[in-house]
Design a protein around this ligand. Structure first.
Ligand code: ZN
Length: 149
């Protein structure tokens, strides 16, 4: 999904990742994912009234994380706009959204971000993967953020 609309606000990976609150949430989950070789992730909420984002974190398992159903945010007015999860560093295989991630995204009416190590096959990513995903942040020293289309 490229964007999600909340009232008059258009939410995109760029607007989400511009939030320091979101970036801090991703970094915290990333550090725990790598330290424990266990996927962490969670949900990203937005309030049109405040114009701010909030996150809620969840611990998954070594091989995956289930982020449905989406819990309500404790603060009134915050609605789900995205979920995210981090992959442990297991080399190139985990350095992209999995086929299961791509399949799961089809049933969601919000954005889905995947955070991976910055590795890639020598021959580059296959065209069918690039047709279903986009790299939305490659600026962090350690991780790369993908959006599933
Ligand atoms: Zn995944």
């Amino acid at each position: 999904m490229l964007t999600k609309t909340v009232g008059n606000a258009v939410i995109s990976p760029a607007t989400i990742l511009a939030s320091k609150h979101v970036r801090d949430g991703i970094i915290g989950a990333w550090d725990k994912t790598q330290a424990e070789s266990c996927e962490y992730g969670g949900w990203i909420y937005f309030s049109e009234a405040s114009g701010e984002y909030r996150t809620k974190e969840k611990k998954g398992q070594a091989t995956g994380i289930i982020l449905t159903p989406v819990p309500d945010h404790k603060d009134a007015g915050y609605v789900i706009v995205a979920d995210w999860h981090c992959h442990p560093d297991n080399g190139v295989p985990g350095a992209r959204p999995s086929d299961q991630d791509i399949a799961n995204a089809k049933s969601k009416d919000y954005l889905m971000l995947v955070v991976t190590v910055k590795k890639a096959p020598k021959s580059g990513w296959k065209q069918d993967l690039l047709a279903q995903t986009q790299i939305v942040d490659d600026t962090h020293a350690k991780y790369r953020v993908w959006n599933i289309l």
